[in-house]
Design a protein around this ligand. Structure first.
Ligand code: ZN
Length: 371
């Protein structure tokens, strides 16, 4: 396939064609295969960690469907071949990047976007009503209008029910693409109306490469940390780099040592230094899971996710007995679920710290009869 000209990123905001999206080949392949077979469902649910490319994929699809100078979609190569093909990969269904339609992306009149408005926590029913009213009319100029609902788990209950109606009674010429990192928080009735397209966390190597391009001045150690700590999500990796990855690791080290000694004042001080709000607390828990995983991996002589850059924080967990570390991992996951279910972040972290300290103490008593 001939290489196509680059998208019109020089004039408008940057958007990516399928061929430019990092990772996610399997998800793209699923969409391509369905489109080529004429079976692209009217509602897709893209789910994967924050910043793994869900919105990019949705916009690439909208652009491809609206592009005026692309050939009719043909079936992509078999998945195995696609997964093993060298970069860059070209796709049979992709936007040209330079036709009049592509030049309007991502502000194309047939690309509508719904997301949580600034200062709000939910997508409101009025937003859904506005979009639904427009969906009753044919697209302006494309064969298909694409409606992207970002963070669909944040639809208010009323908004979710209004959206459900549009999914239950689809009108021709509309494609709805929902994105979420928390599919369990969608109405089951909405989930069941959508074809799910799972996206994977970006591998640390891919993430690191992307980060190095975005943050050319970041140190190697910071890039390693951000790539290792972000659980495969570019958004999280950028947050880590924009913040202070070194400080986050120091706070984790303090937490690991406080759990080790079990001293209550130390535990509360360590928790104090962690995330004051829900998002930070959730991020801290993700980081904690990676550290605990690395602690077990290094004990077993296996390679660690964080490498040597995080060795001082990993060392803080080195004195935790391996049996305790396994229990701690379960406790962290439980705390993470509680946070998602709206538990108070501070109380959750305090509960976690004391429960971990108890697990470590219990494992130390270990083989004692009452242990
Ligand atoms: Zn085009």
């Amino acid at each position: 396939m001939p290489s196509s000209p680059p998208p019109a990123a020089t004039t408008g905001p940057r958007w990516l064609r399928f061929s430019e999206i990092a990772g996610q080949r399997e998800a793209i392949w699923r969409v391509q295969a369905a489109a080529a077979a004429g079976r692209l469902h009217h509602a897709l649910l893209l789910d994967g960690p924050a910043g793994c490319g869900k919105t990019s994929l949705a916009v690439a699809l909208a652009a491809a469907l609206s592009c005026r100078s692309r050939p009719a979609p043909t079936a992509p190569a078999p998945l195995d071949a696609v997964l093993q093909a060298p970069e860059p990969l070209s796709w049979p269904l992709d936007a040209c990047g330079s036709c009049p339609s592509c030049r309007k992306m991502p502000d194309h009149p047939d690309l509508l976007r719904l997301s949580v408005e600034e200062g709000k926590t939910r997508i409101a029913i009025e937003q859904v009503r506005d979009v639904a009213a427009e969906m009753a009319y044919p697209p302006h100029e494309s064969p298909c209008r694409t409606v992207i609902v970002r963070q669909a788990d944040r639809l208010s209950p009323e908004a979710a029910n209004a959206l459900l109606k549009t999914l239950e009674e689809p009108t021709r010429g509309n494609l709805v693409v929902l994105t979420t990192s928390r599919p369990a928080f969608l109405l089951p009735t909405i989930r069941s109306r959508c074809v799910r397209v799972p996206l994977r966390p970006l591998p640390p190597g891919t993430l690191r490469r992307l980060l190095a391009r975005t943050f050319p001045d970041a140190s190697d150690a910071s890039l390693d940390l951000a790539a290792g700590l972000s659980a495969g999500g570019m958004s999280r990796a950028k947050e880590i780099l924009a913040g202070d990855p070194g400080a986050a690791m120091t706070a984790m080290g303090d937490f690991g040592r406080a759990v080790d000694t079990g001293d209550l004042a130390g535990l509360l001080a360590a928790v104090e230094a962690l995330g004051p709000d829900r998002d930070r607390a959730a991020a801290d828990l993700d980081l904690l899971l990676v550290l605990l995983r690395d602690r077990l991996a290094s004990a077993a002589g296996q390679s660690t996710l964080l490498g040597t850059t995080a060795s001082s924080a990993v060392a803080a967990f080195a004195r935790h007995p391996p049996e305790a570390v396994a229990v701690e991992g379960g406790l962290v996951s439980e705390a993470r679920r509680n946070l998602e279910a709206n538990a108070n972040p501070q109380l959750t972290l305090e509960w976690l710290a004391t429960a971990c300290a108890r697990a470590v103490a219990r494992a130390r008593r270990g083989s004692s009869p009452d242990g």
